[in-house]
Each structure stands twice: as structure tokens, then as C-alpha cells.
Ligand binder design. Structure first.
Ligand SMILES: Nc1ncnc2c1ncn2[C@@H]1O[C@H](COP(=O)(O)OP(=O)(O)O)[C@@H](O)[C@H]1O
Ligand SMILES: [Mg+2]
Length: 381
């Protein structure tokens, strides 16, 4: 089976590393300026130059049997054209929906799944009216497109912060050359107790597997670590999380891995956002589940039986290794490995805040895991 993947980052790398033992062959589609170090040595790398047709791209990728994606910011019209040559999973339609927070929230709401109250406003429309319609401050404003790791987001707690946002927006829109954001979502800021995520996979024949929900800790919008299972999460919320992901998978006839990020407030579970791909909060499955999210994504898109998603061991942790400084050096920090700590290093150049790798940690108790996190923080940052 030949698989083409749009994108050349760490998610493509881990997808390919999961597919190789199953006899799959890979090729990767890179954007004009995209770094490709993560996937070097794992298959042909095809760089788009803006002149290639879908047929050219399909041929350059080696006529794959199926094409998939590692990120949501892909060119959907190209994916639609590629569908005339081979299977494309997940379907470009659902990628298009999730690419835009307005469309994404409309889908989630239409299934009766709860979200933070939200409203949408465009460039000429009043921010105040949108905020008033969801009950006033505090709110979080997000661009409907091109947001990731906390980019293009504004947390607004006060009138002063709102004025600063409006000033920034007016200045951008007054610039005739501005090609950035023209539509925003405003959401009620949720005083959540914690954030969890739930990851599921669906195969073309409709089978579904769901992973144990984990608890995620972010800093400046970037995931720092996950603890699995989410400590002390009541059974009722486990059931809700499973229900949300399975309804989304079924309703959209999704094929592949889908991640759902949620806020926990009391006995309610609100969906924050979806990702139509393997997800950072699921990296623990490489060492802590019978089948990793990467293998299950490959199985799903290849039409193979999905693997068991049960988590092994008592407590599992994932700690992201973020770059500290600018450097072309990508030395794996193998001194962080222990008998029960597993290193996954992506072979990237280092930049402050860039995800360079992660550690998966097996523990017997939550305190032991938190101790391991503290030690990694001291040793790596
Ligand atoms: N409505 C909200 N209320 C409170 N915190 C929020 C809200 N929306 C986002 N956040 C915080 O910001 C983080 C990033 O927001 P998210 O919508 O997940 O965007 P990204 O695409 O950058 O991951 C979330 O994980 C959460 O910690
Ligand atoms: Mg997020």
C-alpha cells in the first residue's frame, strides 16, 4: 500500500514510522518553504512549486493508493481534485468544515453537543454587539481561520483590553495591503476546572475505537503535558467524551483519527475545538496503548481492521520537549530516558517554543508522574 501525506512535520514522521512495519510505503507533499527534516529518509518528498497540477502532484507522489493529511491548513480544492485519482481521507469536506471555527462550531452545535456560547463577527460588524449577544465579558476572540497553538487569539477580560483589540483590528483593516483576518469568533471565556481531550478513529466500514481521555495542561496556548487517564474524571464525563467523539465520527462518516478538545466545568463537558488528524494530546498512545493513534489512523485509511485502543498500565504521561533557543543542532536529549520513559525526537532545528520531541512516561501513581514531569522540567525546560 502506497500512502501520500500532505505535510512534512512530526505528525507525518510518526504516521510513517507507524506504517512502515505494516509494509506501507510513503511519499510526502511539502509546501514551497516547508521544512522537511522530520520526514527525511522515510519516503519521497515532493515540493509544490505552484505550477503543478493535481495530476502532476499525484504522479510525483508515486501514484499512491490513499492520500491523507497531517495538518488542517491544507489546500482543500487540491484534495478534492486528488479524489479523482485515489482515496483521500479524511474527506476534504470535513477538513474544510474544521478549518474554519465558524463552520466547525456550527457542525458541533447541529449535533446538540455543548460548546462555550459563541457569536461570529466580520470586519465591518460591531464587536460589542457580538460580545453582548453572549452575555458580555470576559471573552476569548479567535480568528475563524489560521489559528493554532494560541495564535490569532485575544483573551478579553476588561474594556481596556477590548479597546486595544479594536485598535489593532482597525489599524490592520485600514491597511489596503492587509491580507489577514476578516472574520472572528467571540466565545465566552470559560472558567474551566481542566481541559481534556478525547481521540477516536473510524474505518470506512463504520467501526470506531476511542482512546481513554487525557487531561492537558497548556501554557500560552501550547500543550505542555498530558496525563492519562484524566485524574479522577467522573464516569459520567468519560461517557460524555466518548459520546461526543463517536457522534462526530458517525455523523460525518469520518475516516481516520479525529481529536476533540474539551473544557470540564462541573458536570458539564464543553467542546473547545476539533482536529481532523492525529493530535499532540494522543502521542502517549505510542507507548501507552495497545495500538497507537498513528497506527490506527493508517489502519483506518487503508481499510484495515482498527487496533485495540485500550491503555496499558496505570498512569501514563506525555511531556512536550519545546525548543529553548535558536540552533541548527538537533541532538536528541537521550539523557532524559529511563526504564519507563520513552523518547520521541523529531529531528528538527531548534527554535524557542518549537515542539522538538516528546517523552512518554509510564507510572504507577499520579504523584510519581508529576515528580517525573518536574524532573524533566528541571533538566530540559
Ligand atoms: N473560550 C475559552 N475560555 C477559556 N480558555 C480558552 C477558551 N478558548 C481557548 N482557551 C484556551 O486557549 C487554548 C488554545 O485555544 P484553542 O481554541 O484550542 O486554539 P488552538 O487552535 O490554538 O489550539 C485552549 O487550550 C484553552 O486553554
Ligand atoms: Mg487547541
Amino acid at each position: 500500500m502506497k500512502v501520500g501525506i500532505a505535510g512534512c512535520g512530526q505528525l507525518s514522521r510518526m504516521l510513517a514510522l507507524a506504517g512502515w512495519p505494516m509494509g506501507m510505503q510513503f511519499s510526502f507533499l511539502a509546501d514551497p518553504n516547508e521544512p522537511v527534516r522530520c520526514v527525511e529518509g522515510l519516503g519521497e518528498i515532493v515540493r509544490q512549486d505552484g505550477t503543478m497540477t493535481a495530476r502532476d502532484i499525484y504522479g510525483a507522489l508515486g501514484n499512491p493508493d490513499v492520500i491523507t493529511i497531517e495538518r488542517e491548513s491544507v489546500c482543500v480544492p487540491l484534495l478534492i481534485q486528488l479524489k479523482s485519482f485515489c482515496q483521500v481521507y479524511p474527506d476534504p469536506d470535513i477538513v474544510w468544515t474544521i478549518q474554519n471555527r465558524h463552520r466547525e462550531k456550527t457542525l458541533v452545535s447541529s449535533l446538540g453537543i455543548p460548546l462555550s456560547p459563541w457569536a461570529v463577527f466580520r470586519e465591518q460588524e460591531s464587536v460589542n454587539k457580538a460580545i453582548a449577544s453572549i452575555g458580555g465579558l470576559p471573552v476569548v476572540i479567535k480568528s475563524t481561520e489560521d489559528g493554532y497553538d494560541g495564535h490569532n487569539q485575544w483573551v478579553i477580560d476588561s474594556d481596556e483590553q477590548l479597546q486595544a483589540f479594536e485598535k489593532e483590528r482597525d489599524a490592520q483593516l485600514a491597511d489596503a495591503t492587509y491580507k489577514g483576518i476578516h472574520e472572528w469568533i467571540v466565545e465566552k471565556k470559560i472558567a474551566f476546572e481542566r481541559e481534556i481531550s478525547v481521540i477516536g478513529a473510524r474505518s470506512p466500514d463504520g467501526n470506531i475505537v476511542i482512546y481513554t481521555p487525557g487531561q492537558n495542561t497548556h501554557s500560552n496556548g501550547i500543550l505542555i503535558h498530558s496525563v492519562i487517564p484524566a485524574p479522577g474524571l467522573p464516569d459520567s464525563l468519560h461517557a460524555k467524551a466518548r459520546d461526543y467523539v463517536s457522534r462526530l465520527l458517525q455523523d460525518t462518516e469520518y475516516v481516520g483519527v479525529l481529536a476533540v478538545e474539551c473544557f470540564v466545568t462541573g458536570d458539564e463537558l464543553l467542546v473547545n475545538e476539533l482536529a481532523p488528524r492525529v493530535h499532540n494530546s494522543g502521542h502517549w498512545t505510542m507507548d501507552g496503548a495497545a495500538t497507537s493513534q498513528f497506527e490506527n489512523h493508517m489502519r483506518a485509511i487503508a481499510g484495515l481492521p482498527l487496533g485495540d485502543s485500550a491503555h496499558c498500565g496505570d498512569v501514563m504521561g506525555m511531556y512536550n520537549l519545546l525548543g529553548q533557543k535558536q540552533s541548527d543542532d538537533s541532538q536528541a536529549p537521550d539523557h532524559l530516558m529511563t526504564q519507563r520513559t520513552f523518547l520521541h525526537w523529531y529531528n528538527k532545528t531548534s527554535r524557542p517554543g518549537r515542539k522538538l520531541g516528546h517523552l512518554n512516561i509510564l507510572a504507577e501513581r499520579e504523584e510519581e508522574l508529576l515528580g517525573a514531569f518536574a524532573q524533566i522540567k528541571r533538566q530540559f525546560g
